[in-house]
Design a protein around this ligand. Sequence first.
Ligand code: SF4
Ligand code: SF4
Ligand code: SF4
Length: 359
Amino acid sequence: MNFTLHLTADCNLACRYCYETHSRAHMTEETAKKAVDLAFSFGHSKNGFSLFGGEPMLERGVIECICRYASEKAKAAETAVRFKMTTNGMLLDESFLQFANAQNLEIALSHDGLLQDVQRVTRDGKPTMKRLEPIVDLLLEYQPNAVAMQTVMPSTVDRMAESVQWLYERGFSRINTAIDYRVDAGWDDASMAVLKTQYERIADLCDAHFDDVRPLHYLNFLSKIAAYLNDRPCLECKLGMRQPSVSWDGSIYPCNQFLNLPAYRMGDVNSGLNREKQREIYRASLDPEPDCEGCAIADRCRHHCACLNFSLTGQMHEVAPVQCEHERILIPVADGLAERLYTRKSARFLLNYRDDPLD
Ligand code: SF4
Ligand code: SF4
Ligand code: SF4
């Protein structure tokens, strides 16, 4: 069983695109342990816990409690367990990284590259880049494959490729870009055109570094290429089944954007999962998105993500125009990169992706 555990809504930063409430709500160790118990009660051979915030490192003690407790349970049950966490990095230190490696806790760092000081500042408005520099070194020493997660806004998208290059040269091999999808983010035709140019520049970078000893793995492209070539289209969301979210108070919801909405509550860590409610939500997630019928790239588009749809349109099956436009820009650029790598017989590409992308 996989659970996302929402440890806190609070954060020590005030990023310009943040949608978090920054409330003081947080999960206690007791609730966290009950969530772990519930996950193990299903008897699966693997369990996974995604540790989520706000900034999860504000609850370092709870993180350590969860990892130790779940690892002990996994050992006793002879099952596998893994942990993931995305952090802004400000509270990472060497002793935590030693703990993380010992506990199989995979850390991703939210970092905006050259845009860091423009977009990611402390709550009193101070820059964060310099403070993070030694922490980035430590993270890459302990977890060389850590993902850097960048976010771009319409006003900063013109530096997206330059920032990806900076992150790569800084030592990150796996980089992901999130679009600031807030309803009032302000994407328009002009900024979308810039986004397209930036993706094309990143495709050039990927092409140039794909076969290096330390390749550039730009996850936005690779997920789209893999979905096509390895025949793993994301056809449905499996809402509420794939990875339910556990809120601070132990209530369970189908996914992150449905957190604390009474209509979507499907149990809690004391009484367990309400299977009937879970099935009802899952069945509802299987309905198609009416606007996507017949779309040639539907198999690789995130139109099925109920969370994203719900947060942007208030409807599980209504895709926001900005999201549709983003997918229509991203997927052809990813395909163009695949075609280039295949045509020039990139050894790494042919090893990992067997089939002809043009078939
Ligand atoms: S790190 Fe930034 S985006 Fe993440 S919760 Fe804190 S303020 Fe929000
Ligand atoms: S590109 Fe647009 S129309 Fe096509 S599947 Fe995605 S959201 Fe739907
Ligand atoms: S709502 Fe989105 S993130 Fe959540 S399970 Fe569905 S596809 Fe995944």
